[in-house]
Design a protein around this ligand. Structure first.
Ligand code: 2U9
Length: 380
């Protein structure tokens, strides 16, 4: 029976194939008769070599068939080697060399067959069962700043605020000019700006208000938008301040928007964020982009207003700044201040996150220490 692909006696047991060289019809004929059989053996080795050279394997299974036939413990190489003991002493050296070459030849073909099938089958070949479920990817955790931002955003989303984002490198107009902060306005100094060396008109945004300007410039009203994002200020890095931090700003512009709308919106936010028993107070303030302006405090959610280290014994914690959008700002964005009014507010994310997650050093938020980040795995 011939193997169709490799043209060899497919299932012939190895030992039987060789026995015919050592004996005649199963009867031992002695050392003299062996010499002529040696020629036959050499001839047979040549035949095997041809078979080895012609052997092709389409997959691992056929490579294994090759190994068993030629290199296995009952394989042809072993069997041919076994003939050494019959060889007369003076010919052992020459014959040994032939047998050794034969062995190396078979081994080298085996290696190249293995390489060929590995290359054609590849790692995604038949060895991999694609129907098996994949290895589960280990779940990371959300960053505490992201968690806090999502909490804030989701509360305002329920009031119909959409989210907008914008560039962190801004031009002077969007970061300052349009917000009623002309060149040399003293309020620019409050914001310790990072300027970009290549272009004196570019800054790292000091607030996300620039995104609101971009939304207003689009001329589509009304606007009810939330702008979360990272902002930069040239401050010394310490446990309590950093040269970048995160903000959420909000903007509502429509006809007849009043300070009462601002207060009601922020009351809703505070009750959702800190609970219905929390008290709220507004203090007058100043921002160039809002008029009137205010800062909003909530009764200390740590001590309940009794007085503690967090509220510096006042019973109140400042959480945001707000006000009615300055008419100059509306005008700068081609919005008629006689027809439209609006309110805006802004809050930092780091401080509420520090308090909620009991973190005592702001720098932990940006050091990417997995021991810190892993602690938030179960937080939603
Ligand atoms: C436009 C008009 C007005 C956004 C506002 C504040 C008050 C404010 C600070 C809170 C803590 C910044 O992160 S913080 O340091 N923000 O107090 N932000 S009003 O007013 C705007 C914004 C955009 C067009």
């Amino acid at each position: 029976m011939q193997d169709r692909k490799n043209g060899r006696a497919a299932a012939l047991p190895v030992a039987k194939e060789l026995r015919c060289f050592c004996t005649s019809a199963g009867v031992d004929v002695g050392a003299s008769a062996y010499l002529c059989n040696m020629e036959q053996l050499l001839q047979q080795i040549e035949e095997y070599k041809k078979e080895i050279a012609a052997f092709e394997a389409a997959d691992d299974k056929q490579v294994e068939e090759f190994r068993i036939r030629f290199l296995g413990t009952k394989g042809l190489v072993k069997a041919v080697m076994g003939e050494m003991k019959q060889v007369p002493a003076d010919q052992k050296k020459a014959f040994g060399q032939i047998l050794n070459d034969f062995k190396l030849f078979a081994e080298s073909r085996y290696e190249s067959l293995r390489e060929q099938t590995a290359a054609t089958q590849g790692p995604a070949g038949s060895r991999i069962d694609l129907s098996l479920p994949g290895d589960p990817a280990p779940l990371g955790s959300r960053h505490p700043i992201t968690l806090m931002r999502n909490r804030i955003v989701s509360i305002f989303q329920r009031l119909g605020f959409a989210v907008a984002e914008g560039p962190e490198i801004e031009d002077d107009w969007h970061n300052f000019g349009a917000l009623n902060l002309p060149p040399h306005h003293p309020a620019r100094d409050m914001q310790d700006t990072f300027y970009i060396q290549q272009n004196p008109d570019w800054v790292l945004r000091t607030h996300t208000s620039s995104v609101q300007i971009r939304e207003m410039e689009k001329g589509k009203l009304p606007i009810r938008m939330l702008m979360p994002g990272r902002v930069y200020r040239n401050e010394t890095v310490s446990a309590r301040s950093h040269c970048f931090f995160h903000q959420v700003e909000g903007l509502y512009i429509d006809e007849n928007v009043s300070f009462a709308d601002l207060k009601q919106t922020l009351y809703f936010f505070v009750k959702e964020m800190y609970g219905k028993d929390v008290k709220v107070r507004f203090r007058p303030s100043y921002f160039p982009f809002t008029e009137p302006s205010a800062e909003m405090d909530v009764s200390c959610f740590i001590c309940g207003g009794e007085g503690c280290n967090i509220c510096k014994k006042t019973g109140w914690v400042e959480i945001l700044g707000c006000g009615m959008v300055h008419p100059n700002v509306l005008q700068n964005c081609n919005i008629d201040p006689n027809k439209y009014t609006g309110f805006a507010f802004g809050m930092g994310i780091e401080r509420p996150a520090l308090l909620k997650y009991d973190v005592n050093d702001l720098r932990l938020f940006s050091e990417n220490d997995v021991r810190f980040l892993k602690q938030f795995t179960s937080a939603i």
